[in-house]
Write a protein that binds this ligand. Structure first.
Ligand code: ADP
Ligand code: ZN
Length: 431
């Protein structure tokens, strides 16, 4: 099986655009008629649904922000009567108060298609055994991956996250072929497999890892530790969940389900739409979602869109790995720092340090303090001072700012079963 829905995944660009325009027009009309917030904003901007005549007219529509989902929490952005909503999911709350999203039966079906496309792109089919080690519950990871695997007709093992030894025992006993979890949990599972000495009993072929940023170096580590091909999957609760975009065997960016979403890249400061190939904030409009459709949702994720032909034959645009979120960015002594930049440097020294690290920012005497704790590799027995000095130097040239690096003992940084907590910012209390 090469594609889950070839007629959609491999549509010509012309057909994608025609499909998008038709659905955008319908969706804007439906939203205008059913969601008071959008009607008010469009009226204020002097825009009527009939003004959407071509795809570029999308730029005339107002943006939607995460704050809007908080302000209109929990039901005021629904475009259908509450009785048509069959599921509620909530964001992880990484960056503040949780938001919720309501799904109709049709929305769940589309979501399952998105994740099933991902599974097939990772070599899956109805013979696959998919272990879902994302947390189940309000978080979209567990139920999202579950729905996709069932839709594909694979066998699902709904372990959820946690209880690591049992996870690995099931993986060996049941012959799991595909593992779905966060990349940080995949790392953790990789370590545990090594500890338990059972790597040769695994039948794993591929992993589908997402919900948080991870680097190419981390990908290599996971692939080696588990002996698999690791695919990146992207999604967010506001828009759907994992499967908004998914990575094929080329491992060169994630195909956005363009039949469901229209992506744009904007300048996060001015809101201006940027030309093709620019790096900026990803904005998504849901053109087929029924329950809680959003227009021009500002994801705050920073990336680049690639419209070039992909070797896999899929035609949907690819988004490059998000470099981080606009709100992940730390400003330390006036310099912009993304955790992903730090991770990239640390992982270059994989012989000595492990990818378990934590960034601690504080303030003393009106100056920011910046510390990075990173675990040494179990078999590294050399001295800490020279490693720390080397990392300080490399980080300074990468970030343009000095950090104190501390090589710490194996297992001294708390492992995550879901999204990793990489940053502790003691300068302010988050909301
Ligand atoms: P929260 O915003 O509370 O974490 P979600 O659980 O909905 O809520 O997480 C969605 C966010 O997770 C995305 O906006 C993005 O920042 C991050 N994310 C999801 N998948 C990936 C991925 N593959 N790479 C990088 N970041 C990702
Ligand atoms: Zn591809």
């Amino acid at each position: 099986m090469k594609y889950f829905q070839p007629e959609i995944e491999c549509m010509s660009r012309e057909d994608i655009r025609a499909h998008q325009l038709k659905h955008l027009q319908r969706q804007v009309k439906r939203i205008y008629e059913n969601v008071p917030m959008y009607r008010r904003r469009m009226d204020e901007a002097g825009i009527k649904p009939e003004d959407i005549k071509e795809l570029s007219d999308l730029a005339k529509l107002p943006f939607t922000s995460k704050q809007d989902l908080r302000d209109y929490y929990p039901y005021d952005l629904l475009a259908v009567p509450k009785k048509d909503i069959v599921r509620i999911q909530a964001s992880s709350g990484t960056t503040g108060k949780q938001i919720v999203s309501g799904y109709t039966r049709g929305d769940l079906d589309q979501w399952a298609n998105g994740f099933a496309r991902q599974l097939v792109a990772a070599g899956g089919d109805e013979n696959s055994i998919v272990q879902v080690s994302y947390g189940y519950g309000l978080f979209t990871g567990g139920l999202g991956a579950h729905g996709g695997a069932e839709k594909l007709g694979a066998m699902v093992i709904p372990t959820s996250s946690g209880n690591t030894e049992r996870q690995i025992r099931f993986m060996c006993d049941l012959g799991t072929t595909h593992l779905a979890c966060t990349p940080s949990y995949a790392m953790f599972l990789g370590e545990a497999v090594q500890r338990m000495g059972c790597r040769d009993q695994l039948k794993l072929k591929a992993g589908i890892f997402g919900a948080e940023p991870w680097t190419e170096e981390m990908r290599k580590n996971i692939e080696e530790a588990l002996g698999i091909k690791a695919h990146d999957v992207y999604g967010l609760t506001e828009i759907m969940g994992p499967g908004v975009s998914y990575e094929c065997g080329e491992q060169a960016g994630m195909h956005i389900c363009e039949d469901m979403f229209i992506p744009e890249i904007i300048d996060p400061d001015t809101g201006e739409v940027l030309p093709e190939g620019s790096f900026g904030e990803l904005v998504l409009s849901t053109i087929t979602k029924e329950g809680q459709p959003l227009l021009r949702y500002r994801t705050r994720d920073l990336c680049v869109l690639d419209y070039s032909q992909c070797g896999c034959g899929r035609t949907h645009v690819r988004m490059k790995k998000p470099a981080g979120r606009t709100d992940d960015m730390l400003i330390i002594r006036g310099v912009n720092v993304f955790p992903s930049q730090i991770e990239e440097v640390l992982l270059k020294y994989g012989e000595v340090v492990s990818p378990n690290y934590q960034i601690v920012v504080g303030r003393e005497n009106n100056t920011d303090t910046f510390d990075i704790n990173v675990e040494r590799q179990p078999d590294y027995t050399g001295d800490a001072a020279s490693v720390e000095a080397l990392l300080v130097k490399r980080l300074r040239s990468q970030l343009g700012i000095g950090a104190n690096v501390h090589l710490v003992d194996v297992d001294s940084i708390v492992r995550s079963e879901g999204k990793a907590k990489r940053v502790i910012d003691n300068r302010k209390l988050h909301d």
